[in-house]
Design a protein around this ligand. Structure first.
Ligand code: TYM
Length: 331
């Protein structure tokens, strides 16, 4: 089991079109702030991205683009392990074992599957089995903590259930992880449709990409949907658009959203300040990301080093699981 002094932290992100503000505030910012107090492993989950068919050229660009964006956002490969999932085959190997350990009913209840199946023409079996692979990702590293946005809570809970079931059936094998959800920013909503979460698949005028130039961010905030109540209060139910702006500003500045609400009486001023705070946060990331992409060989080297370090941990945990279920002889 884990012998590290610091908690082992594992999280993952799909390379499907860069980073958006929700990814940054709900997950990446938290990973970065904890790097010095944790033993962190960040995985670009390119196998998960295959659940929906994509153009291979786009896939290649997205993988490297995301690596650059993460490093630019502070996921420092000298202070954590950063790697590509497909470079460590143990993920697919333990993924199969976890699929055999998850029930059809459990996977059918996953909210993300139910939502995503409505949006695709071809519902791949991978889309259905995805949470079992996600459980394998986490369990392969004797993970203590999984920092994620609110939308991943159910997947991490399933991972816990699968780990407990496996340990009960075959003897203590996996560390049972817990999710860590950021107090603010865990559910950034779409600016144009604030009752939906900001997401890569809803890419439109309500999604802020970290690759967006300054003028485009300003325009998206100016057009952010609010309401006709003409008063600034922090009420997620009654004023979802305004509450989302306050949440975003709060995640950028550290001031609680209800306190921020008291400093505004006009939507226009709130939108302007929100845009300015987001630009201050994301513009340096965009610039660094562009410069990192000038040297793809260096990005490959970083990812290869990360994969070798990840494999060293993952191969031992996989062998432990294989031995316990009887498909690998004890040495
Ligand atoms: P993904 O790639 O959709 O998102 C990456 C991270 O960003 C968070 N996030 C958000 N947070 C706040 N507001 C939003 N609008 C928002 N949108 C996304 C997500 O919660 C996530 O933390 N299944 C995962 C990837 C994965 C994974 C793992 C995560 C695969 N294996 C193991 C943790 C551990 C996913 O699709 O995340």
């Amino acid at each position: 089991m884990t012998t590290a002094k610091h908690p082992r932290v594992f999280s993952g992100i799909q390379p499907t079109g860069g980073l958006h503000l929700g990814n940054l505030l709900g997950a990446v910012k938290g990973w970065v702030s904890q790097l010095d107090h944790t033993d962190t492993i960040i995985c670009i989950v390119d196998l998960h991205a295959l659940t929906v068919a994509r153009d291979p050229t786009e896939t290649r660009l997205n993988r490297l683009g995301l690596a650059a964006a993460l490093i630019a956002a502070g996921v420092d490969p000298d202070r954590c392990i950063l790697f590509m999932q497909s470079a460590v085959p143990e993920h697919a190997q333990l993924g199969w074992i976890m699929q055999c350990n998850a029930s059809f009913g459990e996977l059918s209840r996953m909210t993300q599957f139910k939502e995503k199946r409505e949006r695709v023409d071809f519902i791949s079996s991978g889309l259905f089995l995805y949470p079992a692979l996600q459980a394998a990702d986490i369990l392969l590293y004797d993970t203590d903590e999984v920092p994620v946005g609110d939308d991943q809570r159910q997947h991490v809970e399933l991972c816990r259930d699968l780990a407990i079931r496996f340990n009960n059936r075959y003897g203590r094998t996996f560390v049972v992880p817990r999710h860590v959800i950021a107090p603010v920013g865990a559910r950034v909503m779409d600016l144009a449709n604030p009752t939906n979460k900001m997401s890569k698949s809803l890419d439109g005028p309500g999604t802020i990409w970290l690759s967006d130039p300054v003028a485009s961010i300003e325009k998206k905030f100016k057009r952010a949907v609010t309401d006709s109540l003409d008063s600034v209060t922090y009420d997620r139910e009654g004023q979802p658009g305004v509450a989302n702006l306050l949440d975003i500003l709060s995640a950028c500045t550290g001031t609680p959203p209800a306190d921020l609400a008291r400093s505004y009486d006009q939507y226009g001023a709130l939108k302007l300040d929100c845009a300015a705070a987001v630009i201050e946060l994301v513009e340096p990331i965009r610039q660094r990301s562009l410069s990192l992409l000038q040297d793809p060989a260096e990005l490959d080297r970083i990812l290869n080093t990360g994969a070798n370090r990840a494999k060293e941990i993952a191969s031992k945990v996989l062998a432990r699981a294989q031995t316990h279920i009887g498909i690998l002889e004890r040495s």
